[in-house]
Write a protein that binds this ligand. Structure first.
Ligand SMILES: NC(=O)c1ccc[n+]([C@@H]2O[C@H](COP(=O)([O-])OP(=O)(O)OC[C@H]3O[C@@H](n4cnc5c(N)ncnc54)[C@H](O)[C@@H]3O)[C@@H](O)[C@H]2O)c1
Length: 253
C-alpha cells in the first residue's frame, strides 16, 4: 500500500528529538523524503540515520531556525537533492521553565521569541517562497501548544510565543489559501520529550499535567506526529488556519 506522503519532500525542524524526530520518522514511513534540521548536529544526523536504516530517504541539516540563512539552507537542500518541497513542519522550540513576567529577563525573552516565533516565521516564509516557485500547493504545520490557547501551561515568554504561533498560522493561511497552500498548527498538551524529561521528575508538574488532562496522562511524541501527518496529508485538504488541540482534553475543560 502506498504511503500517505509517497514521493513528497518534507523539512522538519527540531527533528533531532521528541515530536520532531517522531514526525520525521513517521513521514519517512509514509513515503516522504525528509530533511531533518536541528541545531544539535549529532541529533539531526541520528534521526536521519534512523530513517535510512529503515530504508527511507533522509538528510540531516544542522542549523538554527532563528537564523534565516540556516532555514534557507534546509529548504535549499531539499530542493537541490529532491527537486521540490511539499511539506514544512516548523517544530523547533524551547521552553522558558515556567518563568513569570518579573523573572523574565531580556535574554530569556529574546531567546524564546527568537526561536519559537521568528523561527516559525522564517520557516513559513522560506517554504511559501518555494511553494510559489513550484506553482502553488504545499502544506505547513507549525507546532504551537496548549500554552497558545490560554495561561498556565508555560511562563510569560513561552505562552506569548505560542499565542503568536497561532496568530501567525491563521494570518499566513489566509494570505496564501488562494495559491493552494494550507497552513495549520497543532497544540499539544504535556508530551514526554527532551523538553519535559526533567520537568516530569518534579512531582508537582507531573501531578499538574495529569490533573489538568482529562485523559489523565502525558502524550507520547508519536501521538502528536500522527496529528501532524493528518494535517499535511490529502485527508486534510479542506483544513487551513486551524489550531488543532492534541492535548488529551486539557483545553476542553
Ligand atoms: N513536550 C511538550 O510537552 C510540548 C507541549 C506543547 C508544545 N511543545 C512544542 O513541541 C515542539 C517540539 O518540542 P519537544 O517537546 O519535542 O522538545 P525537544 O526538546 O525534545 O525537541 C526540540 C528539538 O528542537 C531543537 N531546537 C531547539 N531550538 C532550535 C533552534 N533554534 N534551531 C533548530 N533546532 C532547535 C532541539 O535541539 C530539539 O532537538 C516545541 O515547539 C515545543 O514548544 C512541546
Amino acid at each position: 500500500m502506498a504511503g500517505r506522503l509517497e514521493g513528497r519532500v518534507a523539512v522538519v525542524t527540531g527533528a533531532g528529538s521528541g515530536i520532531g524526530r517522531a514526525t520525521a520518522l513517521l513521514f519517512a514511513r509514509e513515503g516522504a523524503k525528509v530533511v531533518a534540521m536541528d541545531y544539535v548536529a549529532p541529533s539531526a544526523e541520528e534521526s536521519a540515520e534512523l530513517i535510512r536504516r529503515e530504508g527511507g530517504e533522509a538528510v540531516a541539516v544542522p542549523g538554527d531556525v532563528s537564523k534565516w540563512e540556516d532555514v534557507d539552507r534546509a529548504v535549499s537542500e531539499a530542493v537541490s537533492r529532491w527537486g521540490r518541497l511539499d511539506v514544512m513542519v516548523n517544530n523547533a522550540g524551547v521552553f522558558d521553565g515556567f518563568t513569570s513576567c518579573l523573572d523574565t529577563d531580556e535574554t530569556l525573552w529574546d531567546r524564546v521569541i527568537g526561536i519559537n516565533v521568528k523561527g516559525v516565521f522564517f520557516g513559513c516564509k522560506r517554504a511559501i517562497e518555494q511553494f510559489l516557485a513550484q506553482g502553488g500547493g504545499g502544506a505547513i504545520v507549525n507546532v504551537a501548544s496548549v500554552a497558545g490557547l490560554g495561561a498556565m501551561a508555560g511562563g510569560t515568554a513561552y505562552t506569548t510565543s505560542k499565542h503568536a504561533v497561532i496568530g501567525l498560522t491563521q494570518q499566513v493561511a489566509c494570505e496564501y489559501a488562494s495559491r493552494g497552500i494550507r497552513v495549520n498548527a497543532v497544540c499539544p498538551g504535556g508530551v514526554v520529550t527532551g523538553m519535559t524529561r526533567d520537568l516530569m521528575q518534579d512531582p508537582r508538574v507531573d501531578e499538574m499535567v495529569k490533573q489538568t488532562t482529562p485523559l489523565g496522562r502525558w502524550a507520547q511524541p508519536e501521538e502528536i506526529a500522527r496529528a501532524i501527518l493528518f494535517l499535511v496529508s490529502e485527508e486534510a485538504s479542506y483544513i487551513t488556519g486551524e489550531a488543532l488541540r492534541v492535548d488529551g482534553g486539557w483545553r476542553a475543560k
